[in-house]
Write a protein that binds this ligand. Structure first.
Ligand SMILES: [Zn+2]
Length: 340
């Protein structure tokens, strides 16, 4: 059984991703501290309303251009257009982002940005370099497309959009791949270590596990799919998966089962790593990796991860609580339907 989606995405580092499910209870009854009032103005582009305040004006103009550039690419790859403009709310710093009233709960240090489902908003601070901001913005805009497609298809099929179930590797891996465009150095390092140490995962295992590795391995799997079938199939897969489920979507679009895809992907990932690692001479399990002993549970806690500013994580949620949430982060197991 795949996980149900929680319809908000939140940038978070692993520490946040692994936060206890009831962590939100810690914030119950607390008021969010707002140190200042923000006098928002709007830059209206073809597909977005970009909210900013005066001190961000110059950067906001750049952000608006970045958003439209991302839209052009994503709408082509995902074969989808917004019917109405989506709000993008910009904050000048993470400290000011933490004061946002678009999100009703406390924003921890590790949360870098988020996208909402129902209001279709992306809320994001300027932190790090422009390149990092561009990546995070693109990542959240992928979620905006995912939400929009999911809601459209749910309406077509007359079903509750919150009943649509897709695993984290599918959603977040897609956001990472489409926002980065390839396998970056951090994901490559994770893949290499996973193959050599034995915790590389099959798709079946990824369907059952939702953690930081779902981002990294999911990105790698989408990169493999894009390189073999072309990035345009990503939109087909997303569309079909929201209507007929993951397995049928892959079978009807790529002509392979998830198990077959998993096998060939693992082999493709492992082969060059094993060739460059003469010390890895152990027996090779059928799933590909060259490690002698396979243990999908083993993953180092201290392996390199992006900082909050570059981490594009976040949380369509594996809710097992019967939640129909449209807001909140799965890092907190939010099970409400509140949305700011
Ligand atoms: Zn995300």
């Amino acid at each position: 059984m795949m996980h149900r989606l929680l319809l908000v995405s939140v940038l978070a580092v692993l520490a946040t991703v692994l936060a206890p499910a009831d962590a939100s209870a810690q914030y119950f009854g607390r008021n969010k501290v707002q140190y200042r009032a923000f006098d928002f103005q709007i830059i209206s582009t073809e597909h977005f309303d970009v909210y900013f305040y005066e001190e961000e004006r110059e950067a906001a103009l750049d952000a608006a251009r970045m958003a439209e550039r991302a839209y052009a690419r994503l709408s082509r790859l995902l074969q989808h257009e917004f019917k109405e403009k989506k709000p993008i709310i910009l904050y000048a710093s993470h400290a000011e982002f933490q004061q946002t009233n678009t999100y009703p709960y406390a924003i921890e240090e590790g949360m870098g940005a988020f996208a909402e489902a129902q209001k279709g908003r992306v809320v994001i601070p300027f932190i790090g370099s422009y390149a990092e901001f561009d990546h995070v913005l693109r990542h959240e805009l992928v979620h905006a497309f995912q939400y929009d497609i999911m809601f459209k298809n749910a309406a077509l099929d007359n079903v509750n959009p919150f009943s649509i179930s897709l695993p984290l590797w599918f959603i977040e891996g897609m956001a990472e791949y489409l926002s980065i465009g390839h396998i970056d150095a951090i994901t490559a390092a994770w893949l290499r270590d996973a193959v050599l140490s034995g915790y590389f995962r099959t798709i079946g295992e990824m369907n059952r596990r939702n953690d930081y590795l779902s981002y990294r391995f999911g990105q790698a799997l989408w990169a493999y799919i894009g390189s073999k079938w072309g990035d345009e199939v990503i939109g087909l897969l997303l569309n079909r998966a929201t209507r007929v489920g993951l397995s049928r979507a892959f079978e009807t679009t790529l002509g392979v089962s998830l198990a077959e895809l998993s096998q060939e992907w693992a082999t493709a990932v492992a082969a060059p790593i094993c060739r460059r690692s003469p010390s890895s001479t152990g027996p090779r399990p059928s799933h590909g990796p060259c490690c002698a002993t396979r243990n999908p549970s083993r993953a180092p806690a201290t392996f390199p991860r992006p900082s909050r500013r570059t981490e594009a994580s976040s949380p369509f949620s594996p809710s097992t609580r019967g939640s129909t949430s449209i807001s909140g982060s799965w890092t907190r197991g939010r099970a409400s339907s509140r949305n700011a």
